[in-house]
Design a protein. Structure first.
Lengths: 89, 513
């Protein structure tokens, strides 16, 4: 599942922040902050996308690099959130 | 000389922490020693008084050290933003003909690309991550410059010498290098510290790039008052920033409206922001709703609305106790600055409405190697020997001397506090095959204040997507200049001379004066 999230989120990033430039390759682990792929306003767009796409909600306190600063971190956050929702249901 | 700003902090207490960058902490004595070593090394590599040294560095301790090292030699530092692309960097390199370039991991590829297009750069220094691994015959690792060896160089030069060139988007579409002397910087820093009242107990959190004069001056303000600078690479994670404020007991937070918009989305009541003493804002007016939100959430924090332009750094500030009464004003001139408004006939007045005109020892020496552009903004005053800076901003100054920004007189857009010349963006759009017309203007945006909008007309034989246009722009323009919105139109209204008529600039949101 994490891989599916990662490829869906990557497609969003390539389309919206790299404007479809698939030549600009970035790895699952690379820091958005360090590479500059996403800036502060881009981060808000990414969070809004993930919230809407997966029906989850990301709180202020979860807006930290450990959850959001790479493709892997974001997809793992989504997986954890969905697992928590599934466990409650 | 600006080296004396660091030395005055060091003379208060050399063992105090002057700089915090991530996990690294530096005392005043560390910074003096490092800047002396780097100055001696750069001098050994051939950097001399008056030479330009281009800094392609994100916020880092190396950037801080090298700025003071370059100043010590009497050379001129040229800070470059971290999202600059190779074609524009090449243009700046050919404009200021530097002898040295210092670049970090993120900017090295851009610098390498730009360096293939220009000659004359003798010294290339690699800083930041992987600097040693990436060092080649062309690139010397920054760490090699910090090794102590030769005796420190004496500080070279006088305060009339240039300390910095800061490039800003010009209405012509080409970047212009604002020439700032050591005296310009020192006098501006002294006047600003005069109203912010920084002391050795202050801790300034700087999340703004050092390539942007507002971010850069935090260095000078902190060090000249013996305060501490907490330098962050960027503002991205508001929660992490709030935790940093609590952990480092930050007292001062310089902002631009985009930051304030992101900051005020947070639930500030759950954070320990008791150490904060003041928040400053400049670059563009802070929307009144954000001022009110900040005042409610942080009643103990002073909010200082300020106004300035790179050409003189800062002009005015509103005393924080007046912000509730006059939230739309940027106050009075700071110490040692005089302002006027010029009416359509060029007559100067101390009150009324017109182009803001500034006089002060903080006013730049001109634009680098651009006497005509310089003559357009620096003009003689009414008395012999006077030089006046014409700001390009229309202001109203009321009978009590309070200043109100009204609009730009040209079509320059302010996005994230930085100038965007529509012409510069249009020039890039016209490079796309099939574009027959391009017009760039500002539109209101909740977060950015003003966002860049491009309208394009195309040759009938061409199809082009918004994404392809943005991809082209992102490869050439700095991030803050890349349009947020692209609209395709059939044709444009044209002026009598056949030029495309731009949409009139949009007022920033919530600026009802």
């Amino acid at each position: 599942m994490v891989e599916t999230f990662a490829s869906e989120i990557k497609a969003f990033i390539v389309a919206n922040f790299l404007f479809g430039d698939e030549g600009n390759t970035f790895t699952d682990e690379q820091s958005f902050l360090e590479t500059g792929i996403i800036d502060s306003t881009g981060l808000l767009e990414l969070v809004a996308f993930v919230e809407q796409k997966y029906g989850i909600s990301i709180g202020d306190r979860e807006m930290v690099p450990e959850n959001l600063d790479s493709l892997r971190n974001v997809s793992q956050l989504v997986a954890r959130k969905l697992a928590a929702v599934g466990a409650k249901a | 000389m600006i080296t004396s700003l660091l030395e005055s902090g060091a003379s208060i207490d050399p063992h105090r922490t002057a700089l915090v960058c991530g996990a690294d902490r530096f005392t005043y004595a560390d910074l003096v020693r490092l800047s002396e070593s780097v100055a001696a090394s750069l001098h050994g590599l051939g950097v001399r008084r008056g030479d330009r040294v281009v800094l392609c560095l994100e916020n880092s301790w190396e950037a801080v050290v090298v700025i003071f090292a370059v100043a010590r030699i009497g050379a001129i530092f040229v800070p470059i933003g971290r999202s600059m692309k190779a074609p524009k960097l090449a243009q700046i390199l050919s404009d200021c003909t530097p002898v040295a370039v210092v670049a970090d991991a993120r900017m090295r590829a851009v610098a390498d690309d730009a360096l293939t297009r220009v000659d004359g750069v003798k010294v290339q220094v690699a800083a930041g991550r992987n600097a040693r691994e990436d060092s080649t015959r062309a690139w010397t690792a920054f760490s090699a410059l910090t090794e102590e060896g030769a005796d420190p160089l004496p500080v070279a030069g006088i305060d009339l010498d240039l300390a910095a060139l800061i490039y800003t988007s010009g209405s012509s579409g080409r970047a212009k290098g604002v020439m700032l002397s050591h005296g310009n910087i020192e006098t501006a820093a002294a006047s600003i510290n005069g109203y912010l009242r920084n002391t050795p107990d202050d801790v300034i959190l700087d999340v703004l790039p050092l390539s942007f004069d507002y971010g850069l001056y935090q260095l000078f303000l902190a060090f000249s008052s013996g305060a501490r600078l907490v330098l962050e690479r960027a503002f991205m994670y508001p929660t992490a920033l709030l935790e940093l404020i609590a952990r480092e007991r930050v007292t001062a937070l310089p902002m631009v409206p985009t930051l304030a918009a992101l900051f005020t989305r947070q639930n500030l009541s759950t954070c320990d922001l008791s150490s904060l003493r003041y928040i400053t804002n400049t670059g563009a007016p802070l929307p009144i709703t954000h001022i009110r939100l900040l005042r409610q959430a942080l009643p103990h924090v002073q909010i200082v609305s300020m106004y300035g332009l790179t050409e003189c750094k800062r002009v005015s500030f509103l005393p924080p106790e007046e912000i509730d009464e006059r939230p739309g004003s940027v106050g009075h001139p700071m110490d040692n600055v005089e302002v006027f408004v010029a009416d359509e006939n060029g007559r100067l007045a101390t009150h009324g409405t017109g182009e803001l005109v500034i006089r002060g020892s903080n006013v730049m020496q001109g634009y680098w190697a651009a006497p005509e552009e310089t003559a357009r903004v620096l003009k003689p005053g009414p008395l012999p020997g006077q030089v006046l800076l014409y700001s390009g901003d229309r202001f109203h100054i009321d009978a009590d001397g309070y200043m109100y920004f009204e609009a730009r007189l040209d079509d320059v857009i302010k996005c994230r506090g930085q100038r965007v010349s529509p012409r510069e963006v249009e020039n890039v759009l016209y490079e796309i095959a099939g574009v027959t017309g391009a017009s760039v203007s500002g539109i209101p945006d909740e977060i950015l204040g003003t966002a860049v909008k491009a309208r394009l007309s195309l040759d009938r034989s061409v199809t082009l997507t918004e994404q392809a246009v943005l991809r082209h722009c992102a490869a050439r323009l700095e991030d803050f200049m890349v349009p947020r919105v692209v609209e395709f139109v059939d044709d444009f209204p044209v002026t009598e001379s056949g030029k495309i008529r731009r949409a009139s600039p949009a007022p920033p949101l919530d600026q009802a004066h």
